[in-house]
Design a protein around this ligand. Structure first.
Ligand code: SF4
Length: 67
């Protein structure tokens, strides 16, 4: 199963449970827009390094969409 930045992004875009960690909210940097680059499993609350998704959705979305 692929685990690269592109796939993390494509999965998160299709995921109904994507829940971004909003670390950047008050830091004043220009990365605070909620869409685009930051849409990634890596910036999701449900991300977990070993299996990617604590909800087990990653594998399912990758399979269903042939990512
Ligand atoms: S980590 Fe899981 S819940 Fe979060 S966007 Fe990825 S597949 Fe969806």
């Amino acid at each position: 199963m692929k685990k690269d930045a592109k796939t993390f992004h494509e999965v998160a875009e299709r995921c109904t449970r994507f829940s971004p960690i909003e670390e950047c909210k008050n830091c004043g940097c220009s990365n605070s827009t909620s869409s685009g680059e930051n849409v990634s499993c890596k910036s999701c609350r449900h991300y977990e390094p070993d299996k990617v998704c604590t909800l087990d959705l990653y594998k399912e979305i990758v399979t269903n969409h042939n990512l």
